[in-house]
Design a protein around this ligand. Structure first.
Ligand SMILES: CC(C)(COP(=O)(O)OP(=O)(O)OC[C@H]1O[C@@H](n2cnc3c(N)ncnc32)[C@H](O)[C@@H]1OP(=O)(O)O)[C@@H](O)C(=O)NCCC(=O)NCCS
Length: 151
């Protein structure tokens, strides 16, 4: 049975990092991931009985703005509207009108169906590992070509 949980009780952070890796959404250090989730305003953990199968979190100022991160589901559970339900439940716990996120390249359509639209003036400074335009998150720096200012 699929179950949604809103606190971090009994989360095995090794297992959580493994869900991120298998989704796939990259690698996470379990200790850092635990701190990031504990420092987040809202989170949703999805279990199939006792097995962790998905998670998502958001930071939020409680009044105006929130940002959504780490939206992942194990591959064998994808395509069954569980991800959509997870994000809807996360958004319902954010008492603000402005929600932002950056979609993994190719996932934009998933968020469009949840009511998100592309931002025309979004700007970001990113970790060097994500700043390479080849990753698909940032436009090339017009001044530096492919080299990033913060690298
Ligand atoms: C992104 C993710 C959470 C989506 O969860 P999911 O359970 O597979 O998606 P859902 O079944 O809830 O999809 C809901 C709707 O969005 C659509 N959709 C899902 N992924 C899509 C995509 N990449 N592009 C366009 N539409 C997509 C589905 O077809 C479905 O449409 P429908 O309502 O018309 O049937 C999941 O696929 C995942 O973990 N992917 C790997 C990690 C990742 O990239 N996370 C996103 C980080 S920004």
């Amino acid at each position: 049975m699929i179950r949604y949980q809103y606190d971090l009780a009994n989360v095995d952070w090794q297992e959580a990092a493994e869900v991120v890796r298998l989704a796939p959404l990259g690698t996470r250090e379990p200790e850092k991931m635990a701190r990031a989730f504990h420092n987040s305003y809202a989170k949703v953990l999805v279990f199939d009985d006792r097995k962790l199968i998905g998670l998502a979190r958001a930071i939020c100022d409680g009044e105006y703005h929130a940002a959504i991160y780490d939206v992942v589901l194990l591959p064998e559970y994808q395509g069954r509207h569980i991800g959509q339900e997870m994000v809807q439940r996360l958004c319902a716990r954010l008492p603000v009108a402005n929600l932002i996120l950056f979609a993994n390249p190719g996932r934009e359509g998933f968020y469009t169906k949840l009511g998100f639209r592309k931002m025309l003036t979004a700007m970001a400074r990113m970790h060097p590992g994500m700043a390479d335009p080849a990753r698909g998150f940032l436009a090339p720096d017009p001044a530096l070509g492919k080299k990033d200012r913060t690298a």
